[in-house]
Design a protein around this ligand. Structure first.
Ligand code: GLU
Length: 539
């Protein structure tokens, strides 16, 4: 029997779940789940940052993990004492161990004000040396000051510390490179460094898999484990997730995309845009001057830019929420994300969750950044859609509808089923399908180029007139069976089938790409079909 493996995912609820975070969660989940009965996966919410943490963000992270199917054995919602998995509810425990370190002289109060610390940092910079706060350094503030709440710092040992990282290997930081980190902030809350050590210990975590940006923190954490007399878990640091151009995949990209679009449109006076978006002029000016990359600003501006009639500028997907709203399948996103920085061996790309469990091992994780290739994700999503059963597609459509507002949301299940059947072979994402299928529910937006090419020029009108005459004579109910033959008759009028089909497509949907015509007309209904043809003829 293998020994117990306990992993955890420990997000800070300061925003939505980034796909990079989802990958950390996935690897931790896979590593635990591989160990069948002996593996446990824990979810812990690290909300010690009083200012930036929000309940809304925590709820969003939970919902995204659930959507991805990354279930946890212990954590919020699961089990009885769910609050235990929010760090803000564990202050007594942290304080107990802080007191212990203080009593042993392994931690101490520090009294500098923010301004004093800044000055010390600047002085070090001027002398071209790294600023390291150490208890024996000259110039420390040795007594409490009025109006400055002390922090508690950890007396980091003056010795070399080696981390045996499961992915990066052995790395040593020498004693002279450490600093005495803050472990209790002036607001009385522990810092991340302290809480993470206490919690990983108390939650009996055996393996910590987390982002590479935390690697250098691990040395501090090892120091703390030693001081507290605990054995550290094993650590493995995961490669960064980068864009195709190697830039970091960050929330900033939404702001970047919006700025680029505003520049492209040549907008120099922002008054109008500010008014329409509901942003203050000053905020918008700051945004354009790159003083802020606020995602909320980008989200407000995007609908006013780009192809406004179909929802405006599409922002790059960064968070799991974004991919949900774009209509990616959770199984496709998981498969894709698993391969960003890990390879199962061979050229395999489509790997089911079960196969991931069978194949996953830390050996396959690369040290260098993993590339997030959006084209590959889109391809993969299409593959998953084609393979999915209709029942599964209906299920994911329901989840998609819960976070979006396309007209298909209000359609009957039977209609949704028919639309999914029509688009299954051709869609890349559910959002693309929902957008293209708008014409079933609302008046189509006519694409002027398509109208000109297929209706007003060439023989469009002639075909449309014949189609109208033939189809309005269909007897009995407007069903596929009853319209199949008349439609064939219409299509046979053109030298090529497309010649007669295209004007009909444009008339009913606004452009020349639709699902198969017979199914489309049947679903659209007699009246809508004929009215739209009449309208097109009048153009
Ligand atoms: N709360 C930390 C973060 O979100 C977790 C780091 C860790 O896993 O230790 O980055």
């Amino acid at each position: 029997m293998s020994s117990l493996v306990k992993t955890r995912f420990a997000p800070s609820p300061t925003g939505y779940l980034h796909v990079g975070g989802a990958r950390t969660a996935l690897y931790s989940w896979l590593f635990a789940r591989k160990n069948a009965d002996n593996g446990k996966f824990i979810l812990r919410i690290e909300d010690t940052d009083q200012v930036r943490s929000t309940a809304e963000s925590a709820a969003g992270i939970l919902s995204d993990l659930q959507w991805l199917g990354l279930n946890w054995d212990e954590g919020p919602v699961v089990g009885g004492a769910k609050n235990e998995y929010f760090q803000s509810m564990r202050l007594d425990l942290y304080n107990k161990h802080l007191a212990e370190l203080l009593a042993k002289g392994l931690a101490y109060e520090a009294y500098e004000s923010t301004a004093q610390l800044t000055a010390m940092r600047q002085a070090a910079e001027k002398e071209k040396r790294a600023f390291r706060y150490r208890r024996d350094m000259p110039g420390r503030q040795l007594a409490a000051q009025e109006g400055v709440k002390p922090v508690v710092r950890f007396a980091m040992p003056y010795k070399d510390i080696t981390v045996n990282d499961l992915i990066l290997g052995n790395v040593t930081v020498t004693g002279s490179e450490h600093d005495d980190i803050v472990i209790r902030k002036s607001d009385g809350f522990p810092t991340y460094h302290f809480a993470v050590v206490v919690d990983d210990h108390y939650m009996c975590i055996t393996h910590v898999l987390r982002a590479q940006e935390h690697f250098m923190n691990t040395f501090k954490h090892i120091g703390l484990y030693e001081a507290l007399g605990w054995l550290p878990p094993q650590h493995g640091h995961l490669p960064l997730v980068v864009n195709a151009d190697n830039s970091k995949m960050s929330k900033r990209e939404k702001a970047k995309a919006v700025r680029a679009e505003i520049q492209k449109a040549g907008i120099k006076d922002f008054t109008d845009l500010a008014a329409k978006s509901g942003l203050g002029l000053k905020d918008l000016q700051d945004f354009m001057a790159k003083k802020t990359d606020a995602v909320e600003f980008a989200v407000k501006l995007a609908p006013l830019l780009g192809p406004v009639s179909s929802g405006g500028l599409k922002l790059p997907e960064i968070d799991v929420q974004d991919f949900r709203r774009s209509g990616y399948l959770p199984e496709a996103l998981l498969n894709f994300v698993a391969l960003v920085g890990w390879a199962p061996g061979g050229d395999r790309e489509i790997v089911s969750s079960q196969e991931l469990l069978d194949l996953f091992s830390l050996d396959g994780i690369q040290k260098t950044p993993g590339r997030f290739d959006r084209k590959k994700l889109a391809w993969m999503n299409g593959e998953y859609i084609r393979k999915a059963s209709l029942d599964r597609l209906l299920e994911v459509l329901e989840q998609f509808n819960a976070v979006t507002d396309y007209p298909i949301k209000k359609a009957d299940r039977s209609v949704q089923r028919e639309i999914l059947t029509m688009y299954q072979e051709r869609m890349v994402t559910l959002a693309e399908m929902a957008e293209n299928a708008r014409f079933f529910f609302e008046e189509p937006t006519m694409d002027p180029k398509a109208v000109e090419k297929f209706i007003t020029k060439n023989d469009g009108r002639t075909f449309l007139q014949s189609a109208q005459a033939i189809l309005s004579a269909v007897g009995g109910p407007w069903s596929k069976d009853n319209i199949a033959a008349p439609l064939e008759q219409v299509l046979a009028l053109g030298e090529k089938r497309g010649a007669a089909a295209q004007p009909i497509r444009v008339a009913i949907s606004g452009n020349s790409v639709t699902p198969p015509l017979l199914e489309t007309l049947a679903l659209l209904g007699r009246e809508t079909t004929l009215v739209r043809m009449a309208k097109a003829l009048a153009m």
